[in-house]
Design a protein around this ligand. Structure first.
Ligand code: TYC
Length: 159
């Protein structure tokens, strides 16, 4: 079991380009690791800390949690991420249209519009999703492009 301890503040974990999820210290006092999460595994997904799943840091103490309680009282929506498609000079237009239809459920007209937008402007949005879905789509597109020996690039960006 990994030690759940963070020197800056309990429950404050790295966030993927999400500066608003920085955690305040609880009255400047580090919280002992043993007060953690009752053995529940902590995964360090990038949108952690934005789900409101640790309303008071789980320490059960009194008098030192007001700031943390107040800052977490309002559950935050899970972060959304844009999946972006990048232009290149080599990937055939038909292939990009196929990708947009297959992985982003666009119809022919929509896929053609988005492809042409990327072709002309250099980058375009394929869709907006929660982090894990966005990441999966990026990987699917990149794998499919690689399998077909096209240099098509796809990335994600916080919405
Ligand atoms: N520029 C490419 C061509 O002229 C087409 C293309 C469009 C490639 C969109 C990538 O994301 C892309 N064949």
């Amino acid at each position: 079991m990994a030690k759940v301890h963070d020197d800056s503040a309990q429950g404050c974990r790295a966030a993927f380009m999400a500066p608003e999820s920085a955690c305040p210290m609880i009255s400047g006092m580090p919280v002992p690791a043993v007060m953690g999460n009752a053995g529940i595994p902590v995964h360090s997904g990038p949108d952690d800390g934005e789900r409101g799943d640790e309303p008071d840091g789980g320490d059960g103490g009194e008098g030192q949690v007001s700031l943390a309680t107040r800052t977490r009282a309002k559950p935050k929506k899970p972060s959304q991420f844009k999946v972006l498609m990048l232009n290149d000079d080599y990937t055939p237009m038909e292939f990009v249209v196929m990708v947009l239809k297959r992985f982003f459920r666009m119809d022919m007209e929509q896929a053609t519009q988005v492809m042409l937008h990327v072709h002309q402007r250099g980058v375009g949005v394929c869709g907006i999703y929660p982090y894990e879905i966005a990441e999966t789509k990026v990987n699917q597109v990149m794998d499919f492009a690689r399998q077909n020996q096209h240099p098509l690039q796809c990335t994600l960006e916080k919405a």
